[in-house]
Design a protein around this ligand. Sequence first.
Ligand code: CA
Length: 240
Amino acid sequence: MRILVVEDDVGIARGLRLNLKQCGYAVDVCDGVESAWSALHLETFDLVLLDLGLSDGDGADLLKRLRQNTRGAHPLPDPLTPVLILTARDQVADRILGLDTGADDYLIKPFDADELQARMRALLRRSAGRAHPLLRHGDIVVDPAARSVHRGGQPVDVSPREFVILMQLLESRGKVLSRQQLESRLYSWHGSVESNAVEVHVHHLRRKFGDGVIQTMRGVGYFIARAAAGDEGAEGDAAP
Ligand code: CA
């Protein structure tokens, strides 16, 4: 999952980056309205964490610009990108304005890291069209909150990056994701990308789950079929 943090307080930004990276998110940080607006043109983010009082303007203006963006021929910035406001402003009027401008949620600083994680999971779940907190595929059950994977009731040990790839493919069931698309969920702009990382992670996942779960479309990418064999009305499936 790729997260854009828009925050001009260096200490808070550093803390967020560290904390989110530990949870397996790929994190990019911008310190102002204009740099964030540029970033939103270059990359699809799964979620934006937005401070309101920024060095070069108001985060609410960035949010307004994003929500009013008509994409035309360009796919980015995506006006549907989920946005969670992080702000020290505890005035009710500011919170109402933020939500009415198009924020999906807000949290007041100082916030609890665990609460932020839970709110992020809820937003990511909702934007993937999922109501149930667990993802199920056949006898595989993925719990994003616990970052755990079970198969047939037995825990399966997966690395943080394998977990991200499995989540991405499950959230996009039936859709082929290219190596580059998966890479962009694993690495921020400042992270170094190992050249065959995605192939290696997929190889490991196949060793753990068998060859039938993650499938290859040659020259295009990887996918997980919409439903596992004999998997009728699987709980947690996204709407078609
Ligand atoms: Ca600020």
